[in-house]
Design a protein around this ligand. Structure first.
Ligand code: MLT
Length: 202
């Protein structure tokens, strides 16, 4: 997959896997990652699907209606890519912590929903439930931060609540913080994510 990798100055830190929102690319979240941890390595990936020229991580049939077959295929593609990237760039595959926004948060959640050892942790900004009606793998104590919008028209409060509940029932350690800036990812949310991150990884 098209990506950039920046080696960090502190190899004890996680590798931050950046997953952009619809219309973003591998450069979109670099500034955000540096805010969270300027010493960690960064692996930032571009989604392989194009919607009217806008990169995404999987196809959708309509806003908020996912193409499940493609979601499953693309989740495996990203999962496999992470092992390849770990080999290519020489990082520890077990230390990957995702930071995703919107569509990128949804593919990160899908990694958690489909694979037991996909991620060591995740920061999900404005995610949805990627898929319903499946049994989740054991997510024993995997730390997950959800940045949710009380008034997000795309990723509704109910979606965020459902996602948190599903991850908790699979064993994940979920922290949800609420904001009222619609679908936007704003500085107070980044600060909350950084605080959560520092408690676990600093
Ligand atoms: C999605 O399609 O993943 C969600 O609707 C969020 C987005 O618009 O990217």
């Amino acid at each position: 997959m098209q990506h950039v990798f920046y080696k960090g100055t502190d190899e004890t830190k996680p590798v931050l896997l950046l997953l952009h929102g619809t219309g973003g690319n591998e450069e979109s979240l670099i500034g955000l990652a540096r805010e969270i941890d300027e010493t960690a390595s960064i692996l930032s990936v571009r989604g392989n699907v194009l919607e009217n020229g806008m990169p995404r991580f999987f196809r959708r049939l309509a806003e908020g209606v996912f193409d499940m077959e493609d979601l499953i295929f693309r989740t495996k593609e990203l999962y496999d890519f992470l092992s390849e990237a770990a080999q290519q760039h020489g990082f520890d595959r077990k230390q990957v912590v995702a930071i995703g926004y919107s569509n990128g948060a949804n593919i990160a959640a899908s990694l958690l929903f489909h694979y037991e050892n996909a991620l060591a942790g995740a920061i999900l900004h404005h995610p949805m439930v990627p898929r319903r009606g499946i049994e989740l793998p054991k997510l024993s104590s995997i730390p997950v931060f959800i940045g949710a919008g009380t008034n997000d028209p795309m990723c509704t409060a109910q979606e965020s609540e459902d996602l948190g509940a599903l991850l908790i029932s699979a064993g994940a350690n979920v922290t949800t913080k609420w904001f009222n800036f619609g679908h936007q990812l704003t500085m107070p949310e980044v600060v909350a994510a950084k605080e959560w991150y520092n408690n676990i990884y600093a």
